[in-house]
Design a protein around this ligand. Structure first.
Ligand SMILES: [Zn+2]
Ligand SMILES: [Zn+2]
Length: 300
């Protein structure tokens, strides 16, 4: 994060069953401020660490009943052991226990909450100094590495476990894939900066074609999954575009899966990647945390 100016981030807050969009303003080695509804709080000036300012803001907001729906407030988020005044990135430790390629991945304090988000009730844990950390999304290099996955069958598996097992069964020797691309994506709903598209794949055919896009913010490292259902554009525009935040470990799975298809834009392709994207989009629709694209982001 650049601290030579005040930066304003768009953040969703929750109070009981209510959600409301507010803002968090940050500066280097200076108090952070948060605003939601009629509540405005400022962190103490004493600390240089963004993590301390975030925790102080969170504690003050809690007195008014508000909690930020961001990674920094989640049980899966860890603070770096050597956090510096210009660092606002910790790591997301959420990963499917059965995932053999899972590694904690960088994520910013204010990255929006995904469907695996759970409010943290205790002080933020610190990631050990010797913990292996994955490359951040913006510097992700080797998306081709794959590791053999063992099949397992749980007798009373949840929907998610069954989905994961289904993924593993599909995940066999990948076919040669076309070269990865890097396109400019939509603006990050939190930061307002343009995102980078990591994968795009068209599922279905004819009027039911659904374009699935995976993209990430190079600033807060949020990974987004978006589905665009062409059949709904005319009849239900609110439903045509669906935007979800997904954990970084699932984004890595999606990238690997996408790379196993040689023709991602062929909506008649029936390969494992096409089936995975279609199924994942449906899974998010049923269980994901859908967010509204928030375009009114200002940077001072
Ligand atoms: Zn962002
Ligand atoms: Zn395919």
């Amino acid at each position: 994060m650049a601290f030579w100016r005040v930066e304003t981030y768009t953040v969703a807050f929750a109070r009981e069953t209510t959600e409301q969009i507010g803002a968090v303003r940050v500066r280097q080695q200076a108090p952070w401020e948060a605003e939601v509804a009629d509540v405005s709080v400022v962190s103490p000036h004493a600390s240089a660490s963004p993590f301390d300012h975030f925790e102080a803001l969170t504690a003050q907001l809690a007195e008014h009943g508000w909690r930020p729906l961001v990674c920094g407030a989640c049980v899966h988020f860890r603070r770096p052991f050597d956090d510096a005044p210009d660092n606002w990135k910790g790591v997301c430790t959420w990963g499917e226990p059965e995932d053999p390629v899972y590694i904690p991945t960088p994520r910013a304090l204010l990255a929006p909450a995904c469907h695996r988000f759970m409010f943290r009730e205790t002080p933020m844990e610190i990631v050990p100094a010797d913990e292996p950390i994955a490359a951040s999304a913006s510097t992700r290099a080797d998306t081709e590495a794959t590791i053999a996955i063992q099949a397992s069958d749980a007798p009373h598996a949840s929907l998610w476990q069954r989905f994961w097992q289904w993924v593993k069964r599909l995940w066999q020797s990948p076919a040669p894939a076309e070269e990865p691309f890097s396109h400019v994506g939509p603006r990050c709903p939190t930061c307002g900066v343009h995102t980078v598209v990591d994968a795009r794949l068209t599922c279905g055919g004819g009027q039911t074609a659904v374009v699935c896009t995976l993209f990430h913010c190079t600033h807060c490292e949020t990974t987004f999954f978006d589905t665009w259902n062409e059949a709904l554009v005319e009849t239900a525009p609110q439903e045509a575009a669906r935007l979800y935040v997904i954990p970084p470990s699932l984004a890595n799975v999606a990238v690997r899966m996408w790379r196993s298809c040689a023709t991602p834009h062929n909506h008649t392709c029936d390969c494992q990647a096409h089936r995975w994207f279609a199924h994942f989009g449906q899974f998010l629709y049923q269980e994901g945390r859908r967010i509204e694209p928030r375009t009114h982001v200002s940077t001072i």
